[in-house]
Design a protein around this ligand. Structure first.
Ligand SMILES: [Zn+2]
Length: 55
């Protein structure tokens, strides 16, 4: 149970680049400093869009 707070700290939000809605939460390795960009399905756009990591 002690590891739960550590997981939360590394959690990142993935935001749709088209409508700006945060649709996904990911757990990211802290050693990766580059920003993630993923193609994900957005519920608002009802299609696959580019999602960018946000704080
Ligand atoms: Zn969207």
């Amino acid at each position: 149970m002690a590891s739960k707070s550590k997981e939360r700290k590394n959690r990142k939000k993935m935001k749709c680049s088209e409508c700006g809605t945060i649709t996904y939460y990911i757990r990211k390795n802290v050693s990766l400093q580059n920003r993630l960009e993923l193609s994900k399905h957005c519920k608002h756009c009802t299609k696959h869009t580019l999602h960018k990591e946000t704080k």
